[in-house]
Design a protein around this ligand. Sequence first.
Ligand code: ADE
Length: 230
Amino acid sequence: MGGKLKVDILTLFPQFFDSIFNYSILKRACDADILDVNIFDLREYTTDRHHQADDYRFGGGAGMLLKPEPIFRAFKNIIPDVKPKPLIIYPTPQGIPFNQDVADELSKETHLVFLCGHYKGVDQRVIERWVDREYSLGDYVLTGGEIAAAVMVDSAVRMIPGVLGDIDSALDDSFRHNLLDCPHYTRPENLNGLSVPGVLLSGHHRNIALWRKITAQFLTKKRRPELNKK
Ligand code: ADE
């Protein structure tokens, strides 16, 4: 059994996460006390009558920003004043690329805090004062940081020992050894004339391993040639 991960998420849309942590592997991780998730509603840290969390950008232009004061207030409440400090992550298209290596690294932490941005993002002073890491899922823009935070938590949690039933199933995932995963088959052997590659039924373990390696290399070269060069 590995470590335990505490995840705090600060968001304008707390309900977004209801379903994410209530199904399948993430739910099992919570039930097994491997994962401890706390969702914080950013609006609760506003002080005005309308609970306004966003504001116009200085300099003009379309799109609002999340105001800094509620976020400062929230972090001062959420983040314990003791060491070790949690790692504060801000998902943003301006971040460095999130990949399997980052997921592995995050799975070894004990406390992660995610700040979910919206609209044009957050006031830069929030990033300078609080944020340790900015990660991007890819070269596209999402409506908010919630989906990105959920992806990052999911991919990190599944790497914590004890979360997946069979840890071997993570060891030969896509992106291990800079390769995409090979195709897989299950029963029946013949599906209305669609058959399974014979080698997989042969019981010959060395040939099966070789077939999987070759098909993974072929697929990687065809679809993701840049992975091959890493
Ligand atoms: N928020 C909006 N777009 C994003 C992206 N591509 N990656 C991470 N966070 C985001």
